[in-house]
Design a protein around this ligand. Structure first.
Ligand code: ACM
Length: 388
C-alpha cells in the first residue's frame, strides 16, 4: 500500500446506495453524512484538515458493497468508511474492514448478536427498539401476530427475537412469511389477503425498501384498517412514509430512537439545517440522524488522535459522547454499540410521526439481549407515556 499522507484532506469512504431497492433510505443516510461533513469543514475541519468524502453507489447489492469497500481501502487509501443499510451489506463489508484493520461506522438499526472490533454500530440494537415495540403492541392490540418480512438476514433474525419476546408474554405467531426484496406488488396482495383471512391482532413487518410501499398498498387494497390491525415496524420511517404517501401510512406504528418530531431545540435546528441545505421537502429520520451524528463522533475522535490511525481511533471512540438531535448519545466502552433513546411513533394525518411513548433516559445497548426483558421497558422509571 502507498505511504499515507499526513497533510491535506482526510479521506473517508461512503457506501450508501443511490440506486436499487433501498435507495430511498440510503440516500437519506448520505444526506446526513454530507451535512455533518460540511458542518465540520465549515468550522475549520480537523485542525485545519478538511474531511473529504470518497463516495460510491453500491446499488443495494452486497457484492458491490464488498468490492467497493475493497476499492476504498486498497486504491483510495481510506481507513474509515461510513455506510450500509441492509445487514446483508454490512456482513459483506465486515471481512474487508477486519482484514485491513479499517473501520466501518454503521448508522442503521439491526438484529444485534454481532460484535466486530472494526465496526461501530450507531443504530438501535434489539433492546432499544424490538423490546419496546413488543411490549407496546401486546399491551395495546393483543397477542396474535402475523409476521411479514423481506427475504434476508435482518428479518429472519429480528423475527426470531420478536418470537421469543411474544412467547414470553403468552403471544401467538399466526404466520411468518418472507418475500424477495424485489417482489412485485401482486405478491404482497396475496399476502394481504392471507392476513385478512387470518385476522391477527397486528402485523409485524420487517419489509424494507421498495416492498414497504407494496405492503401498505396491498393492506389498504384488501380493506384492512390501521385502527384495528396496524402494521408495527422497526424500519418504516419518514423516508418510506414519504415514498408511499401519508394516506397509506396513517395510523401505523414504528419503534425508533429518533423521529423528525422529537421535541427540543437541538432537533428543531437540525431539521431546519437539513431543509435549508437539501430542500424543503426533506424529512429527517432515524437513519439520517445516525449517519449525521456518527460523523461528528468520528470528527471528535480524529481531533483527539490527530490522524485516522484506526488503532488510535479505537482507543478514543468507545466512551465518547455527542449531543445528537435525539438527545445525547454515547458509544459503549465494551460492545461498540451506542446508548440511544427509544420511542414509539404513530403516523398522523400530516404523514409525520406522533411520538406516543418515549424513554425518559438513554438505554445502554445490549446487542446480545443479556440484560433486557420486557419488564425493563414497562417499568415506570424508563418509560414516559406521552399520550393515553
Ligand atoms: C437492516 O437490514 N439492518 C435494516
Amino acid at each position: 500500500m502507498a505511504r499515507r499522507r499526513t497533510d491535506g484532506p482526510i479521506r473517508i469512504g461512503a457506501l450508501f446506495s443511490r440506486t436499487g431497492v433501498t435507495a430511498v433510505i440510503e440516500r437519506s443516510q448520505f444526506i446526513g453524512t454530507r451535512l455533518a461533513v460540511e458542518e465540520i469543514n465549515e468550522a475549520g475541519g480537523i485542525d485545519g484538515r478538511e474531511l473529504e468524502l470518497v463516495a460510491y453507489d453500491p446499488e443495494s447489492r452486497s457484492e458491490r458493497f464488498q468490492q467497493l469497500a475493497e476499492r476504498l481501502v486498497q486504491d483510495d487509501e481510506v481507513r474509515v468508511i461510513f455506510g450500509c443499510y441492509m445487514s446483508s451489506t454490512r456482513k459483506a463489508v465486515m471481512p474487508v474492514v477486519e482484514r485491513w484493520n479499517a473501520l466501518l461506522l454503521y448508522p442503521t438499526l439491526y438484529e444485534g448478536f454481532e460484535y466486530s472490533r472494526n465496526v461501530i454500530y450507531t443504530g438501535a440494537a434489539p433492546n432499544q427498539n424490538s423490546v419496546q415495540l413488543a411490549e407496546y403492541m401486546l399491551r395495546m392490540f393483543g397477542t396474535r401476530v402475523y409476521m411479514i418480512g423481506s427475504d434476508y438476514v435482518y428479518p429472519y433474525e429480528t423475527n426470531r427475537i420478536m418470537t421469543d419476546l411474544l412467547l414470553e408474554r403468552g403471544g401467538e405467531k399466526v404466520a411468518e412469511r418472507y418475500l424477495p426484496l424485489n417482489a412485485p406488488w401482486r405478491d404482497y396482495l396475496a399476502v394481504a389477503k392471507q392476513i385478512r383471512t387470518a385476522s391477527p391482532d397486528f402485523i409485524f413487518s420487517t419489509v424494507v425498501g421498495e416492498g414497504t410501499t407494496h405492503l401498505h398498498r396491498a393492506f389498504a387494497e384488501v380493506g384492512l384498517e390501521s385502527t384495528t390491525t396496524p402494521i408495527a415496524s422497526l424500519t418504516t420511517c419518514e423516508a418510506e412514509v414519504q415514498a408511499m404517501g401519508r394516506e397509506l401510512a396513517r395510523g401505523h406504528i414504528t419503534s425508533a430512537v429518533y423521529f423528525e418530531t422529537v421535541a427540543g431545540e437541538a432537533n428543531r435546528r437540525f431539521v431546519e439545517r437539513c431543509r435549508r441545505r437539501f430542500g424543503e421537502d426533506l424529512r429527517t429520520n432515524m437513519c439520517l440522524e445516525a449517519a449525521y451524528f456518527q460523523v461528528h463522533l468520528l470528527a471528535n475522535a480524529l481531533r483527539k488522535v490527530g490522524s485516522d490511525n484506526v488503532r488510535e481511533l479505537l482507543r478514543v471512540l468507545p466512551g465518547s459522547e455527542f449531543a445528537a438531535p435525539q438527545g445525547t448519545v454515547r458509544i459503549d466502552e465494551d460492545n461498540h454499540h451506542t446508548y440511544l433513546t427509544p420511542r414509539i411513533g404513530r403516523v398522523d394525518d400530516s404523514g409525520g410521526f406522533e411520538i406516543i411513548e418515549e424513554s425518559v433516559q438513554w438505554v445502554r445497548p445490549d446487542p446480545y439481549l443479556v440484560d433486557y426483558t420486557l419488564e425493563d421497558w414497562s417499568n415506570v422509571p424508563t418509560l414516559k407515556k406521552r399520550k393515553a
